[in-house]
Each structure stands twice: as structure tokens, then as C-alpha cells.
Design a protein around this ligand. Structure first.
Ligand code: ZN
Length: 296
């Protein structure tokens, strides 16, 4: 892991006062496609984020020993939590939509190569939807030299998140994207067939995106949950990535209950790639059930 690769997450930590001292790791491109109603949806891999189990991010309120016990029970290494950093492409109603953009090329992210694997050129992207303005979701909006990475795309973000990003975000990134910014209100239908669903706590204007309706839908949950093991197995644990830890916990508990009850399929950008599956009840909490039926 060289210094150059480590920089962007460190920058994100500074900009957003996050306690995370985590290391992005390159893993190479991947693209996994499935049908959701009339849409083609493609999970795109960017990087991995390896978070040390030091009590600063996961289990902030319970400490690293309890976190280690939960990891061990799941058969995972106990000294670190490995998260995916992924994004989602949606083709529907004549639009090519990207939801979040990963850490970006400056961090060595593979999103562009994953898009190429999916047969999508950057200038074919018509719209970019942002769940929230953390660096692992907005970093890929620009190239390694700071130019807009998707020259023809409109960029959509909740009005509350854009206000916050302009106050706390990377000024160069804010300047690069502001002319293309189209803000929406939480709850709005942002594009035909895609609704912004408010999920409070992670950041001031954090949203999930509901793609499709009825039995043919997929919810991109954004950062409602980070670790498929810890966030689902222990939803009450405070996570250092949440701007408002208590509000984040409340959202996580309420939404996981709702998603387990509905059984609907979700995309979780930080779960193991491709991050597509369902939340199921397990004991007094939840577990992840990957479900890639319908994948081409
Ligand atoms: Zn994130």
C-alpha cells in the first residue's frame, strides 16, 4: 500500500472529521449485471476499504473486543473489517444512470475499468445520483487531474447534502461539479422510476435510491449499513462513519426491520461484491443473504 493510494481516504477523514484511519486496497474491475423490471442494473467494483478493528469506527460504543468476537463468530479475521467500495449503473427510460462513483482514479479505484467492462463509455452517462458526499461516493466524479470524469452527466444530490458538501467538502471537487449540480428534495422522484428515500443519520442529506416498483425493484441503501457482518448482526452498535451516531442507529434498526419484513432485494455498496441480496432475520438481529437471481 503506497502513500499515494492512502491519501484520499485520509483526506476524506480530515474533510468529514471521520475517525477512520482506513486503507483503500486495489482489487481490479468487476461488473455484474441483472434485470430489474425494465431496467438493466450493473454493480460496478471500485476498490476495497480495509478498516482496522481499533474501536474507532465499528462498535465505537462497545469496543474492539466485542467486535472481534462478532467477527470471529462469522469466521472473519478479527483485526480488520474489509468493506467493498462499489457503485451501481442503471439503464432505463433511455437514460444511463450512475449511482455513486467510488473513491475515484486518484485513489486507484477501478470504477472506470468496471464501466468499460460493462460496455459503458463515460460520456454516455446522462445522470449521476449521489447517496451522500463522502469521498468513497463522490471521489470518482473527477479524473486524476480534477476534470469532470463524466462530461455530459447531470449530477443529482439532495439539497441538504449539497449545502453540507459546500461547507465541509473538498473545495476543488465542489468547484468542479457545481455547474452540473441539480439538487432534489428527499422523497422526490429524481428520474423516471427512481425515488430518493431519506435515511437519516449517516450524513445530513443521506438518501437511498429505490429503482423500479412492486415486485421488480431494487433499493440502493447507500450507507445505511457498512459491514454485512457487523452492521446486520449488531445494528445497535454506533458506527464512527455516521455524522449523527444515534440517528444512524435509529435508521439502521428501523430500516433493517422494514427490509427484512418486505424481503425486497437491495444493493449495498459496501457489502461483498456485487452487494446484491436480501436482509433476513437471524436471532435477535439480521444476516445477509446474497441473491443474484436474474443476473445475466
Ligand atoms: Zn460509504
Amino acid at each position: 500500500m503506497n502513500r499515494f493510494v492512502l491519501m484520499p481516504l485520509a483526506m476524506m477523514a480530515t474533510v468529514f472529521s471521520s475517525p477512520a484511519v482506513s486503507a483503500p486496497a486495489q482489487i481490479g474491475p468487476a461488473a455484474t449485471s441483472l434485470r430489474v423490471g425494465n431496467s438493466t442494473v450493473i454493480a460496478l467494483r471500485d476498490m476495497l476499504n480495509i478498516v482496522p478493528n481499533d474501536g474507532s469506527v465499528f462498535g465505537k460504543d462497545v469496543g474492539s473486543k466485542q467486535v472481534a468476537a462478532a467477527l470471529s463468530e462469522a469466521g472473519a479475521p478479527t483485526d480488520r473489517i474489509t468493506l467493498g467500495v462499489d457503485a451501481l449503473f442503471v439503464r432505463q427510460s433511455g437514460r444511463n444512470v450512475l449511482i455513486d462513483t467510488g473513491l475515484g482514479p486518484k485513489a486507484g479505484g477501478a470504477l472506470m475499468a468496471s464501466l468499460a467492462k460493462a460496455g459503458v463509455k463515460p460520456d454516455a452517462i446522462s445522470d449521476i445520483l449521489i447517496t451522500h458526499s463522502h469521498g468513497d461516493h463522490v471521489g470518482g466524479l473527477v479524473t486524476a487531474t480534477g476534470a469532470r470524469a463524466f462530461p455530459k452527466a447531470a449530477i443529482h444530490m439532495s439539497a441538504a447534502e449539497w449545502v453540507w458538501m459546500q461547507q465541509k467538502g473538498d473545495p476543488a471537487l465542489v468547484a468542479a461539479i457545481s455547474a452540473r449540480m441539480k439538487t432534489f428534495q428527499i422523497g422526490a422522484t429524481v428520474l423516471p422510476g427512481i425515488v430518493a428515500v431519506g435515511i437519516a443519520g449517516h450524513t445530513p442529506g443521506h438518501v437511498a435510491f429505490q429503482i423500479g416498483t412492486g415486485g421488480s425493484r431494487l433499493l440502493d441503501i447507500g450507507d445505511l449499513a457498512h459491514s454485512a457482518i457487523l452492521s446486520l448482526g449488531h445494528p445497535a452498535w454506533i458506527i464512527g462513519y455516521d455524522t449523527d451516531g444515534l440517528a444512524g442507529r435509529k435508521s439502521r434498526e428501523a430500516w433493517l426491520a422494514r427490509l427484512a419484513a418486505s424481503g425486497e432485494r437491495v444493493f449495498a455498496p459496501h457489502f461483498p461484491f456485487p452487494g446484491i441480496g436480501r436482509i433476513k432475520r437471524q436471532g435477535g438481529a439480521y444476516a445477509w443473504q446474497p441473491d443474484v437471481r436474474g443476473i445475466d
